[in-house]
Design a protein. Structure first.
Ligand code: HEC
Length: 150
């Protein structure tokens, strides 16, 4: 029992201690000309869907939830955002070569069609980010048209 108590106390000290370690926030209000919506000017509904369902992880600007103030949750989110941006960053999409843009558009379509994206750990909390069948087919149609026009 004594050992358990010690472990408990240690755990609390660690949990309190890690709250003071700063994390880098993914926030940048500057809208680059390479920004996806700026570059391709999609209809309002498409912009809305991408912003609501993808931009928190795949852009330079995350709209953080309150619990991002709590460690180790903020590390978890930070890692997710970093990984997501390495794969696809809508803020810098216009910088990609045409070949890369086309292949990313294809992969965006696939991820949406297969319900891989947005991540289910995200839609569990952000209910409005979940894509309906109608949303998915509208996105698919517009993304395909864009891909063919490049
Ligand atoms: C909660 C964060 C989060 C959200 C929201 C999110 N993604 Fe992702 N996405 C990731 C992460 C993390 C990865 C990299 C790891 C992986 O593939 O699972 C990724 C990878 C991807 C990839 C590359 C996958 C590959 O293997 O080629 C595409 C494309 C993608 N996401 C598209 C989207 C689209 C489109 C949306 C919105 C409909 C979206 N994501 C929403 C976190 C997210």
């Amino acid at each position: 029992m004594k050992l358990l108590k010690r472990i408990g106390v240690l755990l609390i000290i660690v949990l309190v201690g890690i709250q003071f370690i700063p994390t880098t926030r993914n926030e940048n209000n500057e809208v680059l000309t390479t920004e996806f919506i700026k570059a391709f000017n999609p209809p309002k509904n498409i912009s809305y869907l991408l912003k609501t369902s993808c931009y928190d992880c795949h852009s330079n600007n995350t709209n953080y939830p309150w619990y991002n103030k709590i460690q180790p949750i903020s590390w978890f989110l930070e890692r997710h955002i970093k990984e997501a941006k390495e794969e696809l960053n809508f803020s810098e999409f216009g910088e990609y070569s045409i070949r890369k843009q086309k292949s990313k558009l294809k992969s965006i379509s696939n991820q949406i069609k297969d319900d891989e994206m947005p991540l289910s750990s995200y839609t569990l909390i952000h209910r409005d980010a979940k894509l309906s069948e109608k949303d998915k087919s509208e996105l698919e149609k517009w993304l395909t048209e864009l891909r063919d026009s490049l």
